[in-house]
Design a protein around this ligand. Structure first.
Ligand SMILES: C[S@@+](CC[C@H](N)C(=O)[O-])C[C@H]1O[C@@H](n2cnc3c(N)ncnc32)[C@H](O)[C@@H]1O
Length: 459
């Protein structure tokens, strides 16, 4: 079958649904072998990501247009209708192209008996303005949570969790802006590892513009295009990395000066983004890093990620919970970038919001507790411990830190906020809170919603 952008988008969406695949892994490999033009590859990417993010909303519109529940619609036709809805309601693809080409897709991959149905629903979608559909969807919904869930295409439990996290800094009014930001693809964010021996600025092509970051002193934003034109010639010193991740590592490395010979541990290192930043910082200060990861394949990703600073970082495979026994000499600084729900990175992982459930939280909280407690034990007196998640869910952030402080009276929380404001090129708006930890946000900072708490152990 001759591929086209819509067919590839359909196949990726079908694989995401049927095999629990990740769109950001499946799509690039499909596009690589597709022979599509750059414009068509961009179109396929927008179709896949946009359709997945807005699936909850599109299903409500499709139900209104089809006058039936989506659960009663043939699964192939439903994916095709969602693709059509995205073109008609959000991409403003010309009506005839959106309808005809999408109906063609149903003819190619779906049941012939459903072609008329798909055609009818898509024509109905195109007969009204997107705002009219939105008004109809919202009609009759009685709570803010229901309305936000519908309009911004998020499950209600995630909306509640995000509101609770914003409430802690007196900013619940920002909730709709945050939900809208989750539906916008992030700009490409880059980090230049400190101490780079390569004059990276001289190797950036003239037609590429890098904006410096307001948050991270080593961060840049690319104005579009392929980041490999910048990262490729840098031998690993310039890399794609969210600016929130960059500062999470820097809050630990720059909380105070580095003493020659310090030993650092990155307890949950895979795939190694923060290990590389810690490695570069440690290298400049005369420290050494052990990057620990429990999954061997992910430890290999860490090995690749730290190539530029491999003289400073050793990668080991092991369960972080056994760190105190494996490393009895202890560490001066430990980063616990714990496995979490990833609710802070919904813009990057378009299917994640539909896969997660509230039931994911309790086992993760237990693991987070165990990891951070192991780190507290492995920390030398006077040492520094950073607890980080890419989730703003309070059960994964503040509650874990409070539990840790309760169990370990020898630990004291330090102001990660002050450290961040000392590190960042500009004052960072962290809301209004007595808490010492940092919560970053996509809508306010342009980063993933990273949480960072900084603690020290009595000397
Ligand atoms: C949030 S990711 C870390 C991201 C990484 N720090 C970076 O910046 O690239 C969490 C990692 O913890 C690992 N992990 C899960 N359970 C672990 C355990 N018991 N011990 C050590 N690592 C674990 C996961 O495999 C995953 O690679």
């Amino acid at each position: 079958m001759q591929p086209n952008a819509r067919l590839i988008a359909y196949e990726v969406l079908a694989e995401v649904r049927d095999s629990d695949a990740y769109a950001n892994l499946v799509l690039p490999s499909r596009l690589r072998d597709s022979g599509l033009s750059a414009a068509d590859r961009g179109f396929a990417t927008e179709l896949v990501y946009g359709t997945l993010r807005m699936q909850g909303y599109y299903d409500r519109v499709i139900e209104l247009a089809a006058k039936r529940d989506v659960t009663s619609i043939d699964p192939v036709a439903l994916v095709i209708l969602r693709l059509g809805a995205h073109q008609i309601l959000s991409m403003r693809v010309a009506g005839h192209a959106a309808v005809n080409e999408t109906v063609d897709l149903q003819k190619r991959v779906g049941r012939q008996s459903a072609v008329g149905f798909v055609n009818g629903v898509l024509r109905a979608l195109g007969r009204r303005e997107p705002q009219e559909w939105l008004d109809d969807v919202l009609e009759g919904l009685s709570t803010d949570d229901q309305r936000f869930a519908a309009e911004y295409s998020h499950p209600e439990w995630i909306i509640r969790a995000l509101r609770t996290a914003l409430r802690a800094e007196g900013r619940t009014d920002e909730l709709p802006t945050l939900l809208a930001a989750d539906n916008i693809p992030p700009l490409v964010s880059l980090a230049e590892l400190p101490g780079s021996p390569i004059a990276i600025a001289e190797r950036i092509p003239d037609d590429v513009t890098l904006e410096t970051s307001n948050i991270s002193p080593i961060g840049y934003t690319l104005d579009g295009g392929d980041p490999s034109v910048v990262t490729g010639p840098s031998n690993g010193w310039m890399r794609v990395q969210d600016q929130g991740s960059q500062v999470a590592a820097l809050i630990l490395s720059r909380a105070r000066g580095i003493a020659e010979g310090e030993q650092w541990l990155d307890l949950c290192a895979g795939p190694g983004g923060k290990s590389a930043v810690l490695g570069a910082e440690a290298r400049l200060g005369g420290a050494h890093v052990i990057a620990n990861e429990v999954v061997p394949a992910r430890a290999n990703l860490v090995r690749r990620s730290i190539l530029a600073v491999q003289d400073t970082v050793d990668v080991v495979v092991g369960d972080g919970r056994t760190a105190p026994e494996r490393f009895p000499d202890g560490f001066d600084r430990i980063l616990v970038d714990a496995p979490c729900t990833g609710l802070g990175a919904l813009r990057r992982r378009p299917e994640a919001r539909w896969r997660k459930s509230p039931g994911d939280i309790p086992p993760l909280s237990v693991l987070q507790d165990e990891l951070v407690n192991a780190a507290a034990e492995a920390l030398k007196p006077g040492g520094l411990l950073a607890y980080v998640t890419c989730s703003p869910h309070r059960a994964e952030t503040r509650q874990v830190v409070n539990g840790l402080l309760k169990k370990h009276p020898e630990l004291t929380e330090l102001s990660a906020r002050e450290v961040l404001n000392g590190v960042a090129p500009h004052e960072v708006d962290l809301g209004d809170s007595d808490e010492l930890s940092v919560q970053l946000w996509p809508h306010r900072h342009g980063t993933d919603a990273m949480f960072v708490a900084l603690l020290t152990k009595d000397a």
